[in-house]
Design a protein around this ligand. Sequence first.
Ligand SMILES: [Fe+2]
Ligand SMILES: [Fe+2]
Length: 234
Amino acid sequence: MSDLVVKTVEELKDAPEEYRAAVAKLVISHAVNELYGAQVFDEPAIAYAPTPYAKWLTCRVAMEEYGHHVRFKQLGVQIGIPEERMVPGAGKKPLSIFEFPLKTWEEFVAIKLLADLAEILQVEDLLHCTFHPLRNLARATMPEERFHAQFGEDFAAELIKTPEGKATLQAAVNDYWPYLPKFFGGSKSKNNEIFRKWKIKQRTNDEMREDYVRRATEVATKYGLTLPEVRQAA
Ligand SMILES: [Fe+2]
Ligand SMILES: [Fe+2]
């Protein structure tokens, strides 16, 4: 374990190569995934939102998710990552959840309810990152991710008021849930080992996944929903 703390983008230049490469990997993955999510889910959801009020809030969510991409990308540019490596399709295979285009409002509510909780866990883990520019970015992003998860809860509460709404939401949960625990990466991840060695990230993929499944189960139960059984990623 290392005690290295990197307070500024300038200081990063003097950090060991392994540290710099690990920070770059993390920034790229956040920049790419935030943009994918905004393009595949949040922006299309505006068209499915059932009321002007829901459209307004969905616009805000989409704006913020694009904003997350922009912030991570700006940090990436500052630390010397070429811009073309921070957009979808830049040689990095997308998380499989992004391969299914959004079809309904209920799917979007399920995604905000459960997938944004996964985003919260990822951002929480960065709140103690030894690379302070990334830690500061996580601090700025956190209130917005909480708003997205709350958005999911509020519209879930609305949908479950009718039996049809509840059934459609449960069906969307059944479709999307199997992809979500995988979001935390493999159990024996070399990348994760390096992130933890330098305290860029704090927890193992499995610790995060277990915590996520526990918290997601709590949220689902609150709205009378169930999460289908999923075989854990190896
Ligand atoms: Fe985000
Ligand atoms: Fe979000």
